[in-house]
Design a protein around this ligand. Structure first.
Ligand code: PRP
Length: 174
């Protein structure tokens, strides 16, 4: 039996939203040269599209985190596998994520990054599973609120598969 994929958000819907987010960020960060931080790996596709919809100068950096798999994820313990390349003190940071689910990953990241004294720290997320939240994390920029379904595509994976799909799809396994 094969996995079944049902389109939740089409590439056209996503592109329109990403353009809108890019416009908002360009307006709000005028003159601030924000540092856009991509949280690997899931956010990479969204990030690449988003930064090209921003019309003001930005800088970019990457972080990779591991949440020790789903079982221990509820502990909220996140391990930094790749850290930022340089100091963020006094910089305007925008964390770019593909999805917020429990909120544990971002909650940890926010605390960690705040301690490095950036001038400001905001979250831009494409997909928000609000109903799954275990800790309060409110994104400053949000693409879509989605239901509690297993979604893949546009960077999101299932066991590292499907990241290259153009649409965000609901995955059902037989
Ligand atoms: C996903 C996503 C967030 C996190 C959100 O990453 O990119 O980092 O889960 O979940 P939470 O709100 O419940 O903490 P994942 O662990 O799947 O890694 P990946 O981005 O490398 O696919």
């Amino acid at each position: 039996m094969h996995d079944s994929l049902q389109v939740l958000l089409s590439q056209e819907q996503i592109a329109k939203k990403v353009e809108q987010l890019g416009r908002e960020l360009s307006h709000e960060y005028q003159g601030k040269e924000p540092l856009m931080v991509c949280i690997l790996k899931g956010a990479v596709v969204f990030f690449a599209d988003l930064i090209r919809c921003i019309t003001i100068p930005v800088k970019i950096d990457f972080m990779a985190v591991s949440s020790y798999g789903k079982a221990t994820k509820t502990s909220g313990v996140v391990q930094i596998l790749k850290d930022l390349d340089s100091s963020i003190e006094g910089r305007h940071l925008v964390i770019v994520e593909d999805i917020i689910d429990t909120g544990l990953t971002l909650n940890y990241l926010l605390e960690n990054l705040k301690s490095r004294r950036p001038a400001s720290l905001k979250i831009c997320v494409l997909l928000d599973k609000i109903e799954c939240r275990q800790v309060e994390v409110i994104p400053d920029y949000q693409g879509f609120v989605i239901p509690d379904e297993f979604v893949v595509g546009y960077g999101l994976d299932c066991a590292d598969k499907y990241r290259n799909l153009r649409d965000v799809c609901i995955l059902s396994r037989p």
